[in-house]
Ligand binder design. Structure first.
Ligand SMILES: [Mg+2]
Length: 202
């Protein structure tokens, strides 16, 4: 039997990004193909390791913030929202795009008020995720929002969404069985479960 040729990395494994990375691709020319509202699609001529030329197509996105709003009764807020690229509605945590220059936490606090009418006294950063690394620069920072105060939604003109409360255990079951497929929601609930387990262990 052949030996596995791949190195076993020692734990903890470091971050993948590194200085002077031999995997680097260098952009030598770029052309904006589409520039609309919140996305740009760019065609880039790159030089790949070894010196060959290639092309990359990237969707540039200004980033977003989302949050799990956790109530005292161990329920979280989910939205049901129409997502036109897939022609159907999805269950997802509240989230929204950053305004230009806006800090992620400010965006999360603003979006929770706008979409759900909820303000939270306690905010914890759960992590950041890249939801489509093959073609998009989008980055979503996710927070836990607790100590909630209920008010009125302030939806943008033309924004339609339904807001519900779901037991956290049920939301996790929805991620496991395919009722939730939205990536930021699945990742956020994974982080939240670990965060709460860590808190309980203290
Ligand atoms: Mg939104």
């Amino acid at each position: 039997m052949n030996a596995c040729p791949y190195p076993l990395l020692a734990s903890p494994v470091p971050f993948a990004a590194r200085d002077n990375d031999p995997l680097t691709e260098t952009t030598v020319n770029e052309k904006v193909l589409i520039d609309c509202k919140f996305i740009k699609i760019v065609e880039e001529d790159v030089v790949i390791p070894g010196g060959r030329a290639s092309k990359r197509f990237c969707l540039r996105h200004g980033g977003a913030a989302g949050m799990v709003a956790l109530g005292d009764d161990n329920t979280i807020l989910l939205e049901r929202q129409w997502r036109h690229p897939l022609r159907r509605a999805f269950w997802e945590i509240p989230a929204g795009k950053l305004d230009p220059g806006e800090a992620e936490l400010t965006c999360a606090q603003r979006e929770l008020v706008e979409e759900c009418g909820v303000s939270a006294k306690r905010w914890t950063r759960l992590g950041e995720l890249n939801n489509a690394i093959g073609y998009s620069s989008e980055r979503i920072v996710v927070y836990l929002a607790e100590d909630l105060t209920w008010g009125e939604q302030q939806l943008d003109d033309g924004e339609h969404l339904e807001v519900v409360r779901v037991k956290l255990d049920e939301a996790l079951a929805m991620c496991a069985d395919g009722r939730i497929t939205d990536v930021k929601t699945i990742v956020a609930l994974f982080w939240l479960e670990r965060h709460l387990a860590g808190r309980a262990a203290k």
